[in-house]
Write a protein that binds this ligand. Structure first.
Ligand code: GAR
Length: 207
């Protein structure tokens, strides 16, 4: 059984998609062992509790400096002994130590087709605002492994989503979630749990 922890910062609709996939029997080789939030009161924490998943909040506000926060975050991760760490709207730069310790075992969902509209400053609604400002006709979502850069790790899967006339950032965000994110993230967890994802020289192969 693949032990999965999910890190969240907000509403947690991607977390919900994972919980729903598990309830629907689509993740039979994966166990959702812990949800970690950096934000107190994040709705994602309630979603976890309702689903009976242990949830823990590690807020930077409770620590004197970044180092102490990073230490606590890593401890909370390690206690759960994860095989896979899923960043589902987790808006925290991970400690370097965590990235090297869990190399190719941390995945992130990003709401664009990387390398478009990604990197520092591109998160949440800002990504869709930038896509609309540029006038792209197609956007989408990407699930990738996490490395030391921002959104630079090996790409696992991508799905395009059409931009439509009259889209606002909010409307586009919702369509990207519905048509791409909520499908891709559980699917990648399923593939990893089935041992079907391999990384060779920075490229991902699905077998
Ligand atoms: C999602 O759209 C996710 O792709 C994005 O934050 C949102 C979280 O929503 N992540 C990033 O922008 C990461 N760079 P959720 O809390 O409802 O899942």
């Amino acid at each position: 059984m693949l032990r999965v922890i999910i890190c969240v910062s907000g509403g947690g609709t991607n977390l919900q998609a994972i919980i729903d996939a598990k309830a629907a029997g689509k993740l039979e080789n994966a166990e959702l062992v812990r949800v970690i939030s950096n934000k107190k009161g994040a709705y994602a924490l309630e979603r976890a509790e309702k689903a009976g998943i242990e949830s823990v909040c590690v807020s930077p506000k409770d620590f004197p400096d970044r180092e102490a926060f990073h230490e606590a975050l890593l401890k909370t991760v390690e206690e759960a002994a994860p095989d896979l760490i899923v960043l589902a709207g987790f808006l925290v730069v991970l400690p370097k130590e965590m990235i090297s310790r869990y190399r190719n075992r941390i995945i992130n969902i990003h709401p664009s087709l990387i390398p478009s509209f990604c990197g520092n400053g591109y998160y949440g609604l800002k990504v869709h605002e930038a896509a609309l400002a540029r006038g792209v006709k197609v956007t989408g979502a990407t699930v990738h492994f996490v490395d030391e850069g921002t959104d630079t790790g090996p790409i696992i899967i991508q799905k395009p989503v059409a931009v439509q006339e009259g889209d606002t950032p909010e409307i586009l965000q919702r369509r990207v979630m519905e048509e791409a994110e909520w499908i891709l993230l559980p699917e990648v967890i399923r593939l990893i749990a089935a041992g079907r994802i391999h990384v060779t020289e920075g490229r991902v192969y699905i077998k």
